[in-house]
Write a protein that binds this ligand. Structure first.
Ligand code: FPP
Length: 251
C-alpha cells in the first residue's frame, strides 16, 4: 500500500465525506464464499476508512451501513449485518474514545433489533463529548423517507401555527433532516463500480463531488480513500459561479 499522505493538501480537505460501501457480496463470490463472509470482511474496511479520516483530520464521515431497502435481503444476511453492527460497536468503543471520535446515526432506528438500539445509544452517549471526527452511521436510512418525514413535520407545525408557509426555507428544511447537525457533503464515494446514489443523502449532496471506484468494499483501504481525496482536490468547486469568480475569491 502506498502512503499518499504527503500528496494531500491539509488546507482543502473535504469537511464531510460520505461513502456508499458496496461490493461485499461480489467480493465474497469471487472467493466462493457466502455473502456474509463479504460483510464480515467489510468491517475491516470500515475501520481503515475511519482511521484514515482521523489520521489526516477529516471532520465528518458518514457511512451507508443499512438502507431502508436492505430489509428485503435474505433473513440470515440481515441478521448477520445487525450482529456485526453490535459486535463492532462493542469492540470499537475504546478506539473511538482514544481517537476522540463521536458516534452519530441517521435513519429510523426504531425498527432495528433492540440489542442494536441499546448498543448504539450506549456508544453515542459515551462518545458525545468527543470533538475530532464525527462518525455517522446511516442505519435503516432512506433519503426519500427522510424528506417525507420533513414534509410531514413541517406541515404539522404549519397546521399548529408554530410556523407559516413563508417561514419555510432551505435552512428550516436542513434543521428537520436526520442530518440537522451535519454540514453538507463535500465528497461522496461509491465503491464496486456502480454509478448510482441509491437513495443516499439526496438533499445533502447538492454540491458534492462524486467519486466512483471499481474497488470492492472489503478491499477499500487508506490508499483508496486518499486517492479519492487527491482527485477531489484537483477538481474546481464552483457552486454555480464562473471559474473567473472562483479565481478572484482564491486570490
Ligand atoms: C454492500 O455490499 C454493503 C452493505 C449493504 C452493508 C455494509 C456493511 C458492512 C460493511 C458491515 C457492517 C457495518 C458496520 C458499520 C460495522 P453488497 O452486499 O450490496 O455487495 P454486492 O453489491 O456485491 O452484492
Amino acid at each position: 500500500m502506498k502512503d499518499l499522505t504527503n500528496q494531500i493538501n491539509k488546507n482543502t480537505l473535504p469537511n464531510h465525506i460520505a461513502i456508499i460501501m458496496d461490493g461485499n457480496g461480489r467480493w465474497a463470490k469471487q472467493q466462493n464464499q457466502p455473502r456474509v463472509f463479504g460483510h464480515k470482511n467489510g468491517v475491516g474496511a470500515v475501520r481503515k476508512s475511519i482511521e484514515a479520516c482521523a489520521k489526516i483530520g477529516v471532520n465528518y464521515l458518514t457511512l451507508y451501513a443499512f438502507s431502508t431497502e436492505n430489509w428485503n435481503r435474505p433473513k440470515l444476511e440481515v441478521k448477520t449485518l445487525m450482529s456485526l453492527l453490535v459486535s463492532s460497536l462493542k469492540k470499537e468503543l475504546k478506539t473511538l474514545q482514544k481517537n476522540n471520535i463521536k458516534l452519530n446515526t441517521i435513519g429510523n432506528l426504531e425498527n432495528l433489533p433492540k440489542k442494536a438500539q441499546i448498543e448504539l445509544a450506549d456508544v453515542i452517549e459515551k462518545t458525545k463529548n468527543n470533538t475530532a471526527l464525527t462518525l455517522t452511521l446511516a442505519l435503516n436510512y432512506g433519503s426519500r423517507e427522510e424528506i417525507v418525514n420533513v414534509i410531514k413535520n413541517l406541515s404539522k407545525k404549519v397546521v399548529n401555527k408554530e410556523l407559516t408557509i413563508e417561514d419555510i426555507d432551505e435552512k428550516i428544511i436542513n434543521n428537520h433532516l436526520y442530518t440537522f447537525s451535519l454540514p453538507d457533503v463535500d465528497l461522496m464515494i461509491r465503491t464496486s463500480g456502480e454509478k448510482r446514489i441509491s437513495n443516499f443523502l439526496l438533499w445533502q449532496i447538492a454540491y458534492a463531488e462524486l467519486y466512483f471506484t471499481d474497488t470492492l468494499w472489503p478491499d477499500f483501504n487508506e490508499e483508496n480513500l486518499f486517492q479519492a481525496i487527491i482527485d477531489y482536490q484537483k477538481r474546481e468547486r464552483r457552486f454555480g459561479k464562473t471559474s473567473e469568480q472562483i479565481e478572484k475569491i482564491n486570490d
